[in-house]
Design a protein around this ligand. Structure first.
Ligand code: TRP
Length: 341
């Protein structure tokens, strides 16, 4: 750990939205894990109450919450270093949400991108502005501000789409502090590389996305993984022909999972000629296997034993609730409510 910046607290929330793929890993999960390791304090939580705004299937919410927890743990999140918990296990967050609501202008919520995007979509489809928009979606930024402010976080790593939410959290903390007393810490955002960090191509060459069904899941049996890699699109160049590495989906994916010497080796072999796509796919498969074989096992073990996940998350919640109670108590006192005992 070096420098003053690193003595700060970093916090991230992840919505449980189904099994992640290697695009999510490279673009969001791996950078977040790296960052967590660089700060004195790190908090990572499962934003299950945020997910509830859109999920109407109890079993799905339960399953997806376990899945996202198992995923982060399998990929190296260390719960003895990062405070790892469920949002829904921290009741203080919801009490702070109510306090913040009292100092948050309605106009702020009206300007929320997520809400506005839903209204725009309704208009395009000729429906009522507020069709299918629930209050949870409308006040989404309010809950997110409480998530951040309750933990007295300094830094929140986000994709571009989330920047406004962090600005709102700062605004709300500012309104609160100016109205009552300086008790809430103003957080800053830290932008990830792209909209969601790096963007990876899928097996058909388009952006990797579950909606295109061209994604490579993180956790799968080796055989299925190999089969998927063999399906990656290529042109029809023969093994001997020189190839532009940067135009190859295989190579692009390889750069994210192989070590630099291996990447340089594949680039050279492509450009000189002599590397066939079959060979390259085998190398990519080997690198994926090396990266994800063990995590797949850990993931499967955890999913087979959700009580262990609960245990870890509950221990994390106990830790998170310490600072949460501290923050809530100060805020309550600042507005004229009773301090917490
Ligand atoms: N809104 C975030 C997303 O959709 C998830 C989230 C909820 C979050 N609360 C947060 C992220 C607090 C950072 C900090 O990805």
């Amino acid at each position: 750990m070096s420098g003053e910046a690193k003595a700060k607290t970093i916090l991230t929330g992840v919505k449980p939205t189904g099994a992640p793929h290697i695009g999510n890993y490279v673009g969001a999960i791996r950078p977040a894990l790296r960052l967590a390791g660089e700060y004195a304090q790190s908090y990572l939580f499962i934003a299950d109450y945020h997910a509830l705004n859109a999920v109407r299937d109890a079993e799905a919410l339960r399953h997806d919450s376990y899945e996202v927890a198992a995923c982060w743990l399998a990929l190296g999140l260390d719960p003895s270093k990062t405070v790892f918990y469920r949002q829904s296990d921290i009741p203080e967050i919801f009490e702070l949400t109510t306090i913040l609501a009292a100092v948050t202008p309605k106009g702020l919520m009206d300007r929320s991108h997520a809400y506005k995007a839903s209204v725009d979509k309704n208009r395009e489809e000729g429906r009522d502005d507020d069709a299918d928009i629930n209050m949870g979606l409308y006040t989404y930024p309010l809950l997110m501000a409480a998530d951040i402010l309750i933990a007295q976080a300094d830094i929140v790593p986000v994709g571009k789409d989330q920047v406004q939410h962090i600005e709102f959290a700062r605004d709300m903390a500012g309104y609160f502090n100016n109205t009552f007393k300086q008790v809430l810490k103003l957080p800053e955002y830290k932008l990830e590389a792209g909209p969601h960090g790096a963007i990876l191509p899928g097996i058909d060459g388009r952006k990797m996305s579950k909606s295109y069904n061209n994604h490579i899941p993180l956790f799968m049996e080796s055989k299925a993984r190999r089969k998927l890699v063999m399906k990656i699109v290529t042109d029809s160049k023969t093994p001997d022909e020189p190839k532009n590495a940067d135009e190859s989906v295989i190579f692009q994916l390889y750069t994210h999972v192989a070590d630099p010497a291996e990447v340089a080796g594949m680039r050279e072999a492509f450009e000189k000629g002599g590397m066939g796509y079959g060979d390259a796919k085998q190398k990519l498969y080997d690198a994926l296997e090396k990266t994800f074989e063990q995590p797949t096992q850990i993931y499967n073990d955890l999913m087979a034993n959700p009580a262990r996940i609960d245990e870890m998350l509950e221990a994390g919640a106990q830790q998170a609730r310490k600072i949460a109670r501290e923050t809530l108590s100060m805020t309550r006192e600042a507005v004229g409510l009773k301090k917490l005992a």
